[in-house]
Design a protein around this ligand. Structure first.
Ligand code: RBF
Length: 164
């Protein structure tokens, strides 16, 4: 389903595993800060709604989306978390930075997923316009922070159950 047809805040709460014992990290990029703050807040609210304890949610910041993989690696190396959500917003500009940043952050996050034990969630908006980002950060297409938190709970539970 294309994201134009999907509301990122819609899911079936009954289908979400118990999250009360999970510890979740959130790494937030400071570029497009109003958007990433809204995404991060929605992720936090969703984790709390699903009974993740406030003291088990760890939030750190990096300058921009390009730094998300490295910031996440620091968290992985220095903590015992069940999943980490990367939050960023990359908006197409006049130069080719957009392509390079999107490529680097998506591949960096995928590498962390395959090379470490911790699920790392791609909570990064990559849009052509600022309006498209606003639409997905609490606007008409919901909030990608909600979707990212649900993905983190599902992947953390999958990992825990598989290791039993
Ligand atoms: N970081 C973002 O998270 N989103 C952006 O839209 C974004 N656009 C950028 C555009 C330019 C021209 C530059 C130089 C950087 C941009 N960055 C953006 C910051 C980037 O992710 C990184 O923090 C810096 O390049 C420092 O490594």
């Amino acid at each position: 389903m294309s994201s134009e047809l999907k509301n990122l805040s819609c899911y079936d709460p009954a289908a979400i595993p118990d999250a009360s014992n999970l510890s979740i990290g959130i790494v937030v990029a400071e570029w497009n800060e109003d958007i990433t703050t809204s995404l991060a807040q929605a992720a936090i609210d969703t984790l709390l709604k699903h009974k993740v304890k406030k003291e088990n949610i760890y939030i750190t910041y990096v300058p921009g989306s390009f730094e998300l993989p490295k910031g996440t690696k620091f968290l992985i190396d220095n903590s015992k978390l069940d999943a980490i959500i990367c939050i960023g917003c990359v908006i197409q500009g006049e130069t080719r930075h957009f392509e390079f940043i999107c490529q680097a952050v998506s591949q960096g996050i995928m590498k962390l997923n395959l090379n470490t034990d911790i699920p790392v969630i791609f909570g990064v908006l990559t849009t052509n316009t600022r309006q498209q980002a606003e639409d997905r950060a609490g606007g008409k297409y919901g909030n990608k922070g909600v979707e990212s938190a649900i993905a983190a709970i599902k992947m953390a539970s999958l990992k825990k159950n598989n290791l039993k």
